[in-house]
Write a protein that binds this ligand. Structure first.
Ligand code: SAM
Length: 281
């Protein structure tokens, strides 16, 4: 259905695996090949990179992925400790360098992106980490503020403070220019930095109308499609009901109707990175 939509609308579709760790799902490669080769869809994925030391995994990624996001949370042992993966940072550097080199030689392969989770203990090294990632062959960098308020043992002591968030908002333009000089794009609109600042101050940001389902769909492991990962329960529609392009195109209307009937509580403090344009240039 997505392939048919893509053909009819001339609107390229990107299917992006997240998780969990997508590369541990045994059916993933078969699905990806079917999506790209048979259906002509583009595929991307976010990974901790633990499987990328395998040459066959790298070859698969090089042949079939349009974009690959690798999570890197700090330099060297900082990453290793946060991820509980001794030697992980060095392993990632090696795998990414191999991907980057193979991409250059064969002129085929995904856009290589790193996603960095910013927390109080790591934000001071963010610039140095970005420069390291540029040296690996990473082409694009995105970032999250630490989320996970459900971890009372970790979140309060690691979340960004308002001072950190303000520093970030002030420094991003300079860092973006510095990275651009190295051929690396640092993503995230000003609205995204504003959202981070608001969260750091425990301020809510309600969103009245995000135009749900027009540009982006989140589909969870139970096959429920919704405007984002926070609204699955309130606005979700089973993908078994989406049996034609017509039903797909009707989704924005269905979501808007559901919102009129009963607005989802998470919209009163929207944390959707898509809505705040984390990935925008
Ligand atoms: C939930 S992970 C899933 C994909 C994969 N297992 C990985 O590690 O990249 C997706 C992205 O969210 C980030 N992430 C994980 N925990 C986070 C948290 N508490 N706050 C913000 N971002 C987080 C990860 O670093 C990763 O880039």
């Amino acid at each position: 259905m997505l392939a048919e939509y893509q053909r009819n609308a001339g609107d390229p579709v990107l299917v992006s695996w997240i998780g969990g760790e997508p590369f541990l799902f045994s059916a993933l490669n078969r699905l990806t090949v079917s999506f790209t080769k048979e259906l002509g869809l583009r595929v991307s994925g976010t990974t901790n990179g633990t499987t990328l030391s395998s040459a066959s995994v790298r070859d698969h990624v090089l042949a079939h992925y349009d974009e690959l996001t690798i999570s890197v949370d700090g330099i060297g042992s900082v990453h290793d400790e946060l991820r509980g993966w001794p030697g992980g940072y060095a392993a990632l550097r090696e795998s990414v360098a191999q991907l980057s080199e193979a991409k250059r030689i064969n002129n085929q392969g995904p856009r290589l992106r790193a996603n960095v989770v910013l927390m109080r203990q790591t934000i001071g090294e963010f610039e140095r980490l970005c420069l390291e990632l540029a040296g690996w062959g990473i082409e694009e960098i995105t970032f999250n503020q630490l989320g996970g308020r459900d971890r009372p043992d970790f979140f309060p002591t690691h979340r960004l403070s308002p001072e950190h968030a303000e520093w970030l908002r002030n420094e991003i333009p300079r860092l973006r220019a510095r990275l651009a000089g190295l051929g690396v794009r640092l993503r995230g609109r000003d609205a995204y930095l504003f959202r981070i600042q608001a969260s750091s101050r425990d301020e809510t940001v309600p969103v009245a109308n995000c135009r749900p389902g027009e540009q982006f769909l989140f589909i969870n492991e139970d096959g429920i499609a919704s405007p984002c990962n926070f609204t699955t329960q309130d606005y979700g529609v089973s993908i078994s009901e989406l049996d034609s392009v017509k039903t797909l195109l009707a989704l924005p209307g269905r979501f808007a109707q559901a919102r009129r009937e009963r607005r989802s509580a998470p919209c009163e403090d929207c944390h959707s990175t898509q809505v705040f344009e984390k990935f925008a240039a």
